[in-house]
Design a protein around this ligand. Structure first.
Ligand code: DTR
Ligand code: ZN
Ligand code: ZN
Length: 499
């Protein structure tokens, strides 16, 4: 009698402990309930403070990124993990002072309106004759072929029209031909190709690379072809190798031969603190990491939390990670869940289109559709509509799918415009960007949508819980070892404007 009574008491106590944590009908804790908006916001606030006191940015190669890395390491240790920091080199670029661009004897053009500087531009102070290079883009495109520069004399400034090949190709041809600077002006073929050209020239160049608007470029070509045009270009940039980091931490529980990778990029762009992009994903992954131990032995597959560095420079951290795994190590990764931009103020509930039901021709690895289905079922159960997000590899899942690893994820939208249909579903403003502060200084703690962030974080937590339990529909793994997936066709890692 007495024994039974004690047993009952202990049983009751255990039940009440479990039910104190939000649980499903069977009494199992639910990660979507354990992951709280308030905790996510607290991490975002911490990241904002780090940015504010470190020059307003958390970009790779900057002090704000170093401190962000230390922050994540410390938070993970506090939650009981033993995180590892993976260092990798990358090509750091920074414009020290805004470039100068003017016609000899005037006028002076306005930086940011008339022209921009392309990433990886060299430094220089050049006054020289401008030469229009194949302005009609005969053949491949203006400046895309070395022969286009036949009429250029050593030390001249090459005027090249955008299009036909990458900015890098044009810069390479110009530099090889002896140009002292290159101006790649916009081609005006679409409304978004009228303004100054900003983008990346891919790798460090010796010569200044600036991007005039369509109007200015056309005017300059006219002047250069009808007479002698002398221009002054001055750029002041840093191009050097620096070290960035990935932070990786595994749950203690779970099989290490069928690992679920939950990833988010930790870095921002140089222009701002990156609290939506991607403090939101970082904070969500940290909060999931903090709460997952409460699932106890529900965690059958190890969960690996990955905080990627230098995403903004072209998915560099995730690419480094995936390409530095041996084939055997790669085959232990069941899938990748990626979270990048979860709180866009004018956002939507975007689910990566892992089965390419939208017909974008993305050719996703098998299993990616099953991941998408888990998200769709979750939001469906909650009667929350979602929108397909093109599975184009424009975030850190790109290197995973390029290597045949199934992936999925959520996002609330970046620079693209909300449609009228989406405004009906999600509220907000049609015709305005999902995130009007995308890649800008105003991507601060205030740049957020609490409702969408909360719901997408719930979806993220749910998917982690589901796959920690079993990845059967994704990779056929039902407690037995799996065979590695075949590599898939290469996806463009393009998170960058390259041409
Ligand atoms: N990779 C993001 C921006 C981005 C653009 N499209 C998507 C789709 C899904 C996630 C993210 C994105 C950036 O870091 O800039
Ligand atoms: Zn970004
Ligand atoms: Zn991002």
């Amino acid at each position: 009698m007495r024994r039974i009574a004690i047993g009952t008491l202990i049983g009751l106590a255990a039940v009440s402990v479990v039910s104190a944590a939000p649980a499903d009908a069977a009494g199992h804790p639910r990660l979507d309930k354990l992951v709280k908006l308030q905790d996510i916001r607290r991490h975002q606030h911490d990241l904002q403070v780090i940015a504010t006191y470190n020059g307003g940015t958390r970009a790779a190669g900057e002090p704000g990124f170093e401190v962000s890395t230390q922050y994540v390491v410390k938070q993970l240790k506090k939650a009981g993990y033993q995180p590892t920091v993976q260092d990798f080199p990358f090509a750091y670029y920074k414009e020290k002072t805004p470039a100068v661009f003017e016609r000899s004897g005037g006028p002076s053009y306005t930086y940011g309106t008339d022209f921009a500087t392309l990433d990886y531009s060299g430094s220089g102070d050049v006054t020289a004759t401008a030469r229009a290079i194949d302005p009609d883009g005969a053949g491949v495109g203006s400046g895309c072929e070395p022969a286009d520069f036949a009429g250029l004399a050593e030390g001249e400034i090459a005027l090249v029209k955008r299009g036909g090949c990458t900015f890098s190709d044009k810069a390479s041809n110009a530099q090889t031909a002896g140009a002292a600077a290159i101006a790649i002006y916009n081609d005006g073929i679409a409304p978004d190709r009228m303004g100054p050209v900003s983008g990346t020239a891919g790798q460090a160049w010796k010569i200044p690379i600036i991007g005039p608007s369509h109007q200015l470029g056309s005017d300059l070509v006219k002047a250069a072809t009808s007479g002698t045009l002398t221009l002054h270009v001055k750029t002041s940039t840093i191009n050097e190798q620096r070290i960035a980091h990935n932070v990786i931490a595994d749950t203690e529980r779970g099989r290490d031969d069928n690992v679920v990778v939950m990833g988010a990029h930790l870095d921002s762009v140089t222009k701002g603190p990156g609290i939506n992009d991607n403090g939101s994903g970082t904070a969500t992954a940290l909060t999931v990491a903090e709460q997952i131990s409460r699932l106890g032995d529900q965690v059958k597959n190890k969960v690996r939390f990955a905080f990627w560095g230098a995403e903004e420079e072209g998915l560099l951290g995730s690419t480094y990670y995936v390409t530095h795994l041996s084939a055997a190590q790669r085959s232990t990764i069941a899938l990748n869940l990626n979270f990048d931009m979860l709180g866009s103020p004018n956002g939507r509930r975007g689910v990566y289109d892992g089965d390419d039901s939208e017909g974008a021709g993305t050719n996703p690895p098998a299993g990616s559709g099953a991941i998408e289905k888990v998200f769709l079922e979750y939001f469906g159960t909650r009667r929350l509509q979602t929108s397909p997000s093109t599975f184009d590899g424009r975030s850190d899942y790109g290197p995973f799918i390029d290597n045949g690893i199934p992936a999925g994820g959520l996002d609330s939208g970046a620079e693209k415009l909300k449609t009228a249909e989406e405004a009906k579903i999600y509220g907000g403003v049609a015709g305005k960007p999902y995130d009007g502060c995308y890649h800008q200084a105003c991507d601060t703690y205030a740049n957020n949508n609490d409702t969408i962030l909360d719901q997408l974080a719930d979806g993220a937590a749910h998917a982690v819980q589901v796959f920690a339990k079993s990845t059967l529909p994704v990779n056929g793994d039902h407690a037995t070892a799996r065979t590695p997936l075949l590599p898939q066709a290469k996806h463009t890692p393009a998170n960058l404007v390259t041409g």
